[in-house]
Design a protein around this ligand. Sequence first.
Ligand SMILES: Nc1ncnc2c1ncn2[C@@H]1O[C@H](COP(=O)(O)OP(=O)(O)OP(=O)(O)O)[C@@H](O)[C@H]1O
Ligand SMILES: N[C@@H](Cc1ccc(O)cc1)C(=O)O
Length: 487
Amino acid sequence: MAAPALRRRCGRAAGLWGGPPRAPPPLPLPLRRRAHEQPRRARGAGGLLAAQCERGLFQEVFPAQSAEEQLPGLLEPGRPPLTAYCGFDPTADSLHVGHLLAVMALLHFQRAGHNVIAVVGGATARLGDPSGRQHAREPLSAERVRAHARGLRAGLRRLFENHRELFWAAGGRRLGQAELLDNACWLGRQPLLDFLGGAGGRLRMGTLLSRQSCQARLRSPEGMSLAEFLYPALQAYDFLHLHQRHGCRIQLGGADQMGNIMSGYELVTKMTGTDVFGITVPLITSTTGDKLGKTAGNAVWLNRDKTSPFELYQFFVRQQDNIVEKYLKLFTFLPLEEIDHIMEMHAKEPEKWGPQKRLAAEVTKLVHGREGLESAKRCTKALYYSSVEALEAMSDQELQELFRQASSAELMLEPGMNVLDLCRKANAIPDGPSGYQKITDGGVSINGIRVTNPESVLILGQHILKNGVSLLRIGKKNYYIIKWLQL
Ligand SMILES: Nc1ncnc2c1ncn2[C@@H]1O[C@H](COP(=O)(O)OP(=O)(O)OP(=O)(O)O)[C@@H](O)[C@H]1O
Ligand SMILES: N[C@@H](Cc1ccc(O)cc1)C(=O)O
């Protein structure tokens, strides 16, 4: 259970994004056993809960009865801040769009003045959460988990910083504190026998075995390892630790996390007697209904080196009309009235793709900052609107990111080289007369300008831009980016 390399960071309790360390508020409330209750669709009387239910961000609350009785009041504006947390396992080195929804839930808590903790699961990632999975995860070495954890921490930090700098207009209201912790710091120091004798003695086998994720895996031919079986117990221990050390009373997570959240509830209430709560956000799925993420192999990443700002922007621009309103509510902070107005305008002018572009711009700015949004727009103009100015203004990084989308070639400019030579060297047209004809038929453009004479000699500043690049388009959609070497 040891994670030595992370220990250095463990003692730090200061808020990462402002504010002094927090003293854990004592919250002794009468012991109530509600682990038998079922979660219920989130409903709220007022404040944050109602606002996020209306946006569709909060899906279920647990335990239903006390959450409905107490949470609206506890989350009402003007009440003392609560602390909410959400965990992210570093099973990859980047967050993805699915995680962004859980982060949005944390940010809404922060905006309502509550304190939030993002936990990177440096310990739990070693076991692998069985929730919603048909197969065990590939085991990850401690070293890889640490490297991935660095990526997640950087991504989470960036989201919270971008939010504070670009989306928070205080107007006299207080932004809650945000902290970033790693559960290797406490689980990695937890002696096994203490864990089993303490938390292990409180959690009931029958309840753990009855969870849907456990049942599904036990019935599968592969079965379930002890490590996977114990995963919910470790996540439950996180909730207990965060409750005792940081006064945390709410765990957030995707809908697939409800079983683990219920185990956490059981442990915290049994060990402390305090009422705590779970809130889930809906799962973001692909058009085929698969959960968007690593497991299904359809993740849209938030780290630039995996999914560029341009690709992220395009992912949101491509959303269908029946999804875009829902995503505007889930992934942006735009007021609902403004979203209604955007949708009304869209009904009048659907060809402008207004809601899609606004959604893409808001998300790209949150994930990659202002510069990232500008880059996404520049790449879009260069690739889809053949803008010479945009292409000339592109940095090497943007060009490399674009190379991932379009075919690319690196060529040497030879004296007398013409349009036909360029197209052939880039493997953009077929050999022989049909390739020649493709040009004469008007099917080829360079830097947005149609070229119909295959023998035109290439001219610097016209066919080859100032930054040593040419954008070649064959037909309507086939792009080739040519980087000229040693100009
Ligand atoms: N597509 C999604 N929609 C909503 N929430 C999601 C999605 N993917 C992950 N989450 C949530 O983000 C949090 C962290 O998830 P985690 O990093 O462990 O990934 P995961 O759930 O194992 O998914 P995967 O490994 O398939 O990407 C959890 O609360 C999880 O439910
Ligand atoms: N189990 C969560 C990640 C997580 C890890 C530790 C926690 O305390 C909470 C959540 C998931 O796989 O999605």
